[in-house]
Ligand binder design. Structure first.
Ligand code: UDP
Length: 241
């Protein structure tokens, strides 16, 4: 299927919602993110979103003491993404946007079930669609869910919104001479030192030739600048070279 040029999927981690804290949802941060997303919708983009759940629980960490089994911990993590999705829905609606949450795990009182054709229809009508509950399967991440959903809805790109400007050759927090890499191939992104997404997510993006943009969501206006091809927009892109 052909990609829809003005259709994007934005993925950010649950931690992004926590603001200065590492746990829970910071209302001011939620509002800020919603405002950034609104500007992109108003510019004419069809926007879908995947939010992680790491501000509440991550499967791998929750199993560390051996009490909770991995599969249960992962389901708990998926539930956390639903909490974040509902919060983001509210924040976006406060800005007057129409929003639908679609969950990979059935919970009809809270969200629609994930149905790809329905999701596409919402997007065509200008509604923001938030995909919740990851892929619905344990042992995956929301990065993989993001790439999967972006591929399913024929998005033109997945934008991984982070707290740094893009992909660096080494950790910019440790090395002041770290260089921002503008363009990488999927093979380069799979290298051990480049932690842009987990390997499963990158492999799926590679297979579907889905470009991955990595950018800083906390640099106000940057997201829109990237989509407008502004010369001062900061980001890295992973794509077929
Ligand atoms: N998760 C899962 N399957 C999925 C997506 C997520 O089991 O398809 C679980 C997994 O335990 C993960 C947690 O949900 O640790 C939260 O997602 P993630 O770690 O990707 O969130 P982020 O780091 O982006 O906040």
């Amino acid at each position: 299927m052909k990609r829809k040029e003005n259709r994007i999927l934005i993925k950010f981690s649950g931690e992004a919602l926590a603001g200065e804290n590492s746990f829970g949802i910071d209302p001011k941060t939620l509002e800020y993110l919603a405002d950034e997303i609104k500007s992109v919708v108003e510019y004419g983009y069809e926007v879908s979103i995947v939010i992680g759940g790491g501000n509440f629980i991550r499967g791998v960490s929750a199993t560390k003491d051996g009490i909770i089994k991995r599969t249960s911990a992962d389901y708990m993590g998926m539930l956390a993404t639903v909490i974040n999705a509902v919060a983001m829905q509210e924040a976006l609606e406060n800005y007057g946007l129409a929003v639908r949450v679609q969950s990979a795990i059935k919970m009809e009182e809270i969200a629609e079930n994930f149905i790809v054709r329905r999701a596409v229809r919402h997007l065509e009508k200008g509604r923001v669609v938030i995909f919740a509950a990851g892929t619905g399967n344990p042992f995956f991440t929301t990065d993989t869910a993001g790439v999967l959903r972006a591929s399913e809805i024929c998005a033109n790109v997945i934008i991984k919104a982070t707290k740094v400007d893009g992909i660096y050759d080494k950790d910019p927090n440790k090395y002041p001479d770290a260089k921002l890499l503008k363009e990488l191939s999927y093979e380069e992104a799979l290298k051990d030192n480049i932690k842009v997404m987990d390997d499963t997510a990158i492999a799926l993006a590679k297979e579907n030739k889905l470009p991955i943009i990595v950018c800083n969501m906390f640099n106000k206006g940057n997201l829109l600048k990237i989509l407008k091809n502004a010369p001062d927009a900061k980001f890295s892109i992973v794509k077929e070279k």
